[in-house]
Ligand binder design. Structure first.
Ligand SMILES: [Zn+2]
Length: 202
């Protein structure tokens, strides 16, 4: 029924999280029929996203590429406490913690969690990059903000062991975020309390 190019756009949109077929179709029809260049602007913006946005060189948060370097807004912010580092699983988690305004330091995004069942071992985590970051910034305190799931707890234990050897103070965000829950969907107050109420891991 629908033109092939339109079907293709629907198929692409439908691959995004939380976008079902009906929503994808609604978006695609809107883009195809409205006349204020949204489709063109969106196309250009997506191209720029692909070519100009990169993981931050220091923390793996997302950053604009400037003069061949990607440094995110948090890493560029000089008001941040340089010796306090918060370790998270994904960029979404970093954004959720930022919304709570409870974090004065900077971040390190792991990108993945330890997951023996899925065959993700310690060698697949960026432990060397993390250790280098801790040394270079003379980090004195690390907050482990991996999610309260089986994999998140296993990762926190591994990191506590690895970083403990570097002589930094280590704490784990307090419970309050439901077990198995996603930091991304925890409300700001809960996340703020989880960070303020962090407990020492040695
Ligand atoms: Zn950064």
């Amino acid at each position: 029924m629908l033109p092939e190019r339109l079907r293709h756009v629907i198929e692409l949109l439908g691959r995004l999280p939380g976008v079902g077929e009906k929503t994808a179709q609604r978006y695609a029809l809107q883009l195809a029929t409205e006349r204020n260049h949204l489709a063109q602007e969106l196309g250009l913006a997506l191209q720029a996203l692909e070519s100009q946005v990169r993981p931050c060189e220091r923390c793996s948060n997302l950053a604009d590429l400037v003069d061949g370097h990607a440094l995110c807004t948090v890493c560029r912010d000089r008001r941040r406490e340089p010796h306090l580092l918060c370790i998270v699983h994904r960029v979404q988690d970093l954004l959720a913690i930022e919304r709570s305004s409870a974090m004065r330091g900077r971040y390190f995004v792991l990108g993945r969690l330890l997951s023996p069942l899925d065959g993700v071992g310690p060698d697949e985590l960026p432990l060397a990059d993390l250790a280098r970051r801790v040394r270079e910034d003379a980090v004195t305190e690390v907050i482990l903000a991996t999610p309260p799931s089986v994999d998140g707890e296993a990762t926190a234990l591994l990191l506590a062991r690895e970083l403990g050897a570097l002589g930094v103070r280590i704490s784990r965000i307090a419970s309050g975020v439901p077990h198995g829950g996603d930091l991304e969907f925890a409300d700001q107050v809960t996340l703020g309390r989880a960070i303020d109420g962090r407990r020492s891991m040695g």
